[in-house]
Design a protein around this ligand. Structure first.
Ligand SMILES: [Zn+2]
Ligand SMILES: [Zn+2]
Length: 251
């Protein structure tokens, strides 16, 4: 829902700590080839309703590809704001990767973009590709990691020594080998209280310890979590993420 949450005046929603102001979850992976003079390569995971603000605030000027985790509104509704970044997109359509169920929803919600009969002249120049294993983007490999968000199958991603696993409360046994050797993990941790589709703080600590990364960053926290209070209580290898956080990884 984002924090502050609409209609709420609780102590987290009114906190003056910038780490308690949470736009909808998303991550950008940036890398630059040695000696390159173009903008860095950038892969985005999800385009939520806050994508435009995030791109402006954090200086995202070029996107090579977008990967989607699942078709909920807080992860897809900013797709149309990709438009200006797709117009001169290295002379080809920007690829968007999603599992079949997510791609079906994107095609329906953004029919004016994807329909074979779409004619709107300045629709996004994007190409939806259904995921079928690992994808290479400009030399970096992105591997889908199947997860469960309650009963809904969602897609996490492994790239280099890092993984992004949001909107989940279960990592199926078959997905654990895909996380072997991972050193930096971003993990769903909604709040202390139980939730049917998101990991609680203590469930997320359990997943973090089973995955065993050197560092784990919790994301998707709700207004039940005050950063300054919860962060110091976590095990040493686990921290709360916050908007604008930058973490070095190896691709
Ligand atoms: Zn609140
Ligand atoms: Zn979500």
């Amino acid at each position: 829902m984002g924090v502050p949450t609409l209609g709420c005046s609780c102590r987290v929603c009114t906190s003056t700590d910038p780490r308690d102001r949470r736009l909808r979850p998303s991550v950008a992976i940036e890398w630059q080839e040695e000696g390159a003079t173009l903008d860095p390569h950038c892969v985005l995971i999800d385009t939520g309703p806050d994508f435009r603000q995030q791109a402006l605030r954090f200086g995202i000027r070029n996107i090579d590809a977008v990967f989607y985790t699942h078709p909920h509104a807080d992860h897809i509704l900013g797709l149309d704001d990709l438009r200006p970044l797709t117009f001169g997109h290295r002379d080809q359509k920007m690829p968007l990767y999603a599992d079949a169920a997510t791609a079906d929803v994107l095609e329906r919600v953004f029919s004016y973009t994807f329909s074979a009969t779409a004619t709107y002249p300045t629709r996004a120049r994007v190409e939806l590709r259904r995921l079928n294993g690992a994808v290479d983007v400009a030399g970096a490999t992105f591997t889908p990691v199947p997860l469960l968000h309650g009963k809904l199958g969602v897609t996490g991603y492994r790239f280099g020594n890092a993984a992004y696993l949001t909107d989940m409360n279960n990592v199926p046994d078959a997905s654990m080998p895909l996380l072997e050797g991972v050193e930096v993990v971003v993990l769903d941790a909604l709040r202390p209280q139980p939730h049917p589709t998101h990991a609680t703080i203590s469930e997320a600590i359990g997943w973090a310890q089973r995955i065993g990364a050197r560092e784990t960053w919790f994301t998707h926290m709700s207004h039940e979590v005050m950063h300054a209070e919860t962060d110091p209580q976590l095990p040493a290898s686990i921290r709360l993420a916050y908007d604008g956080l930058r973490v070095p990884i190896e691709l």
